[in-house]
Design a protein around this ligand. Sequence first.
Ligand SMILES: Cc1ncc(COP(=O)(O)O)c(C=O)c1O
Length: 449
Amino acid sequence: MVVSLSSGYRVQNVPFPAKSIGVCKCVATPQEQETVFKTKVSRNANMGKLQAGYLFPEIARRRNAHLLKYPDAKVISLGIGDTTEPIPEVITSAMAKAFSFLPNVVNHMACPPEKVIVVMELNKPLRAAIASTFYGNFGIEEDDIFISDGAKCDISRLQVVFGSNVTMAVQDPSYPAYVDSSVIMGQTGEFQKDVEKYANIEYMRCTADNGFFPDLAKVARTDIIFFCSPNNPTGAAATREQLTQLVQLAKKNGSIIVYDSAYALYMSDDNPRSIFEIPGAREVAIETSSFSKYAGFTGVRLGWTVVPKQLLFSDGFPVAKDFNRIVCTCFNGASNVAQAGALACLSPEGLEAIYEVIGFYKENTDIIVDTFNSLGFKVYGGKNAPYVWVHFPGQSSWDVFSEILEKTHVVTTPGSGFGPGGEGFIRVSAFGHRENILEACRRFKQLYK
Ligand SMILES: Cc1ncc(COP(=O)(O)O)c(C=O)c1O
């Protein structure tokens, strides 16, 4: 029997369909040819620069191959960071209500006009609720906020705003979407196999030695700086002093920080939850975030991006106006149902419910951290993020990933998939049902005792 914490399992357990990565194909892997006919369209050369597949489809591919090899194995997935617990009822019931009011062909006639308006006008109250809940004292206003179908989608839309002529810096290791979207936009050179890096990207090394915060004195100037805190995959969260240094660097260099705070509510330490807590950040920073990891919205799809009106390009043009133009061109808005759910997340009962689920995942994190600590591993992260970053010095991440999968049937994520700085680590996700977390830890103990 296969018990997995990945998307297929959730489909049976939550009332809303979960994201399926099964449809996502690895773009750089040539697909099987069904015909010899070729068009005269040349391939986008930037796509050809991408290395292998996007990390998570590649992991899913290996997991599926493992299942073919061991059809009876009870595979536990602590790899892809998809949430597993049901969306709290206070949120699903708000979405169900919004769904019944959707002005579609079937129920349009049945929907009283005032209710249609209520559903259609969710965007403004949601932006206001996000501004007051997350940015209350930081000078961010409702009209600085753009509602979206997720932080990942907004990262790519921001890249479209920036275009192909900018340079970018990224934490190494980091969430792969920043680098891959940069490659696709044509901001980089070719992949350099010897160093496992793309040319023209400034990789800001984050290791245990520097407390997973880059030595900013050594970082070359770039136009854009992607920064994620708490970080996926290392789980490290930057302190107020460190973020102040980052904002100062951006000011000095005239750079724009794209700050990803998708895990901010997992913070236990007293670190900033938003870049806008740092004075001066509104002139140099954009922030993107999401309900995916807060409320189990990985399949529902609802995020937001803050582009303050104070943020200007070198010619004085507001970045927010260009972002608005791109959003209007490339995107027709987050679904009303998802927006109703997000609004419910920010009600007092909704916030209480999502903190409860986050608390559950944080307990999972403690169990994983304790397990690897008891086995003598150096373990990082876990305290401010639902990811545990385990060191296997001198070993290849993919080898460790393969050994764990082969011997325990547990799927993890190889650290090198997040950049060369992740080599020698694996990331263990705390998103999982408690019995599966306990079972995975029992198997880790057997393997490494
Ligand atoms: C750092 C980070 N940002 C963004 C995302 C994607 O968020 P969303 O589901 O809102 O697209 C993830 C998902 O794993 C993430 O780890």
